[in-house]
Design a protein around this ligand. Structure first.
Ligand code: FES
Ligand SMILES: [Fe+2]
Length: 455
């Protein structure tokens, strides 16, 4: 069965000359518009590499679950009765219906709504109604729910892959762990808790979002109204994305390609290194001044560090293919079809069990939640409009190419260090050229994906 599946997959990955579709300076429109390419991606990318599923704080206790997707495969991501994190296929082994239709909850047993087969949250079949009508042996493993064979976490972030040949998660993440660590280590004990989400969708290919996630070239044009609005709220006209004004390529921020498709836009060098430096740029928003005044009265000079924790960190940490840390949010891309994508922005809260923040944790988290009203609501919509308009533009079949050659061929502009990290000025498209090379390498491969079942 799996062998036949793999055989048909080789053919679909072989549909195109991938070197023709992805060239040094440009890509062909078909990589965004062809359903056959999308179908191959669901295997070669959203199956064969480590894909982000969720955060451990979303399933804090044994028996907690959330429902997520691995490509198009519905999953139940859970902590089983023994504390083990598992990603079960959300699919009854009887007739294939989904077992769980809720977003989240707590369950030791999942009972199929169709004919009532029930399963333990380890994936093992527990009981079937009127078993006398069956001659088979229900202890056979094939009746247990299929699950993703490799599930692993990096500091709370849970990833999974169906590919036994994939490297370990830590090796896959590689150099991008450094900015992830720095992002986490700002918080007490390096921990966060994932909050509720802001859910968006657009009619466009998922790669349009990943292409854009490190794009510093569009900011002042696409996000002009947000930029102007934010600057009206600040004491000085330097808020938020203002560092893209003037000549962004000479600013100290930069874009870095970190290997394995991951890239990192680091705008932190634009911010003054002092307590309160981040708040001064990122903090001002309607109503936030009351919190800031109250915290300063309560904590004096220490209030500035507290306010920095409430601010969005100026980074875009993008883990191929579907995970970004932006400001203090987690963004997850979820392909739906070749021209439809879900984009979910999760807020994150500081956890302070030891009261290192002197009782300010609720104020910090209230202010962090309000940052959803900044870029995630008023900037992301600009980007989604662009993605939809690109998808519309790509219907022009005769005009085949999309360029990503900004910075290519300019001596001294793009630099590679001894670890292979490639850096360039903030508006450079080198990260797109590099990640799409990795995408091409993966699309040429013939991964043998497997599932696992409890014995
Ligand atoms: S499909 Fe689940 S019990 Fe029949
Ligand atoms: Fe944008």
């Amino acid at each position: 069965m799996l062998e036949k599946l793999n055989a048909s997959r080789i053919e679909s990955a072989d549909l195109y000359d991938w070197d023709e579709l992805v060239q040094e300076d440009r890509v062909h429109r078909l990589i965004y518009t062809d359903p056959a390419v999308f179908a191959a991606e669901m295997t070669n990318i959203f199956g064969a590499v480590w894909v982000y599923l969720g955060h451990e704080s979303q399933i804090p206790a044994n028996d907690d679950y959330i429902t997520v997707r691995l490509g198009l495969r519905p999953l139940i991501l859970l902590r089983d009765a023994h504390g083990k994190i598992r990603a079960l296929f959300n699919r009854c082994t009887h007739r294939g219906t989904t077992l769980c239709r809720k977003d989240k909850g707590s369950a030791r047993i999942f009972t199929c709504p169709y004919h009532g087969w029930s399963y333990l949250n380890t994936g093992k079949l527990r009981a079937v109604p009127w078993p006398d009508g069956y001659a088979c042996n229900f202890n056979e493993a094939k009746y247990n729910v299929a699950q993703v064979p490799r599930v692993d976490s990096y500091r709370g972030f849970i990833f999974a892959t169906l590919n036994p040949e994939a490297p370990s998660l830590i090796d896959y993440l590689g150099a991008i762990t450094k900015p992830i660590d720095e992002w986490l280590d700002r918080q007490p004990k390096g921990r966060i808790r994932v909050c509720e989400a802001n859910r968006l969708k657009y009619k466009g290919n998922w790669k349009l979002a990943y292409d854009n996630s490190g794009d510093g070239y569009h900011v002042v044009f696409s996000h002009r109204s947000l930029l102007e609005m934010e600057n009206r709220q600040a004491d000085v006209a330097n808020k938020g994305m203002s560092y893209y004004k003037g000549s962004p390529d000479t600013a100290p921020m930069y874009i870095a390609y970190m290997g394995n498709g991951h890239h990192f836009k680091d705008k932190r060098p634009n911010i003054q290194k002092r307590a309160g430096g981040l708040w001064a740029v990122e903090g001002p928003a309607p109503g936030s001044e009351h919190y800031a005044d109250a915290l300063r009265q309560r904590f004096g000079a220490k209030a500035e560090e507290i306010l920095d924790l409430a601010s969005s960190e100026p980074v875009n940490i993008n883990v191929f293919p579907n995970f970004s840390l932006l400001g203090n949010h987690i963004q997850v891309f979820e392909p739906v079809s070749v021209d439809e994508t879900n984009v979910t922005w999760y807020g994150t809260a500081v956890v302070d069990e030891d009261n290192a923040l002197g009782g300010a944790v609720d104020e910090i988290n209230a202010l962090r939640m309000r940052t959803q009203e900044q870029f995630p609501n008023f900037g992301e919509v600009d980007d989604l409009a662009n993605f939809e308009e690109i998808q519309r533009g790509l219907a022009c079949q005769e005009d085949e190419w999309i360029y990503m050659h900004r910075g290519l061929g300019i001596p001294g502009r793009v630099k590679t260090d001894e670890n292979g990290i490639i850096t360039a000025p903030a508006t450079d498209e080198v990260f797109m050229r590099e990640y799409i090379k990795e995408w091409k390498r993966l699309m040429k491969a013939t991964p043998k994906l497997v599932v696992q079942r409890e014995p």
